[in-house]
Design a protein around this ligand. Structure first.
Ligand SMILES: NC(=O)c1ccc[n+]([C@@H]2O[C@H](COP(=O)([O-])OP(=O)(O)OC[C@H]3O[C@@H](n4cnc5c(N)ncnc54)[C@H](OP(=O)(O)O)[C@@H]3O)[C@@H](O)[C@H]2O)c1
Length: 242
């Protein structure tokens, strides 16, 4: 029996990187996981990997920036598994590394749409199920630049500041329904997004996504009941066994 046995987890942006590792860790602890991303082939491969490791996983291709996709995603997860106990709002895009003075409006709007508005859309749909059952854990993936602003992080940083704020206000709103809402900053991690942001960096100097999942499992598990509205750093939990 794992600490998440009997639970259903939805992880967005889980076809690769941190989302995939978090989904894998949840499945290892006994959760049934539903993973989503836009591109089907990579997503399907991720689901097969989780299944090959003995986990229960289902994939649903969806663009979380589209409200119809989000409705379909949550309805389909509910149809397959009955409900959702754990939501990991992980999917995001980097956008251009440009100063604000040169930042293109279209990119600004797209980054905020995927990294903030889409998290609102997914959360709103999933809350319908969590409020009805009066239980749930929502884990919002943030970033160091969502806590301290840094030059040339533009809409990405603004969206992550938004995620931190959304975490705090939602935690207050849903406390009465036994739903906890927390944010996790993964810290620099060996993924495609990190390589795009720091092309000159040696990825081998960074922890892999599989090494940073312990805090996610803690926040999803009953061990964290009562913990809400807080911001965590996955690096503080590095290599802790789940
Ligand atoms: N890696 C780091 O060092 C680091 C540091 C701090 C914070 N983070 C945060 O950690 C999270 C995961 O990052 P990562 O490095 O693992 O990124 P990644 O390797 O680029 O993976 C991003 C995932 O999100 C999916 N995605 C992107 N847009 C989507 C959309 N509109 N709808 C559905 N899925 C979408 C991607 O698949 P598709 O492209 O097929 O949709 C992919 O599965 C992000 O929130 C990121 O901001 C990462």
């Amino acid at each position: 029996m794992g600490v998440l046995t009997g639970k259903v987890a939805l992880v967005t942006g889980a076809s690769r990187g941190i989302g995939k590792a978090v989904a894998m860790a949840h499945a290892r602890e006994g959760a049934k996981v539903v993973i989503c991303a836009r591109r089907q082939a990579e997503l399907k491969r991720a689901a097969r990997e989780i299944q090959a490791a003995g986990g229960e996983a289902s994939w649903i291709a969806a663009d979380i920036a589209r409200s119809n996709d989000v409705k379909r995603l949550v309805r389909e997860a509910e149809r397959r598994y009955g409900t959702i106990h754990i939501l990991v709002n992980n999917a995001s895009i980097l956008g251009p590394r440009e100063p604000i003075a040169r930042y293109p409006l279209a990119a600004w709007e797209q980054v905020l749409k995927v990294n903030l508005t889409a998290q609102f859309l997914v959360t709103k749909e999933v809350l319908r199920l969590m409020i009805a059952r009066r239980e749930g854990s929502i884990i919002n993936v943030s970033s160091g630049v969502g806590r301290i602003g840094k030059a040339r992080w533009g809409a990405y940083a603004a969206s992550k500041f938004g995620i931190e704020g959304l975490t705090q206000l939602l935690a207050e709103e849903v406390k009465e329904f036994n739903i906890r809402v927390n944010a996790v900053n993964p810290g620099a991690t060996r993924t495609e997004m990190r390589a795009e942001a720091y092309p000159e960096e040696d990825p081998l100097t960074l922890p892999t996504p599989n090494e940073i999942t312990a805090v996610f499992v803690y926040l999803a598990s009953p061990e964290s009941i009562g913990v809400t509205g807080k911001s965590f750093d996955a690096r503080d939990w590095l290599n802790k066994s789940n």
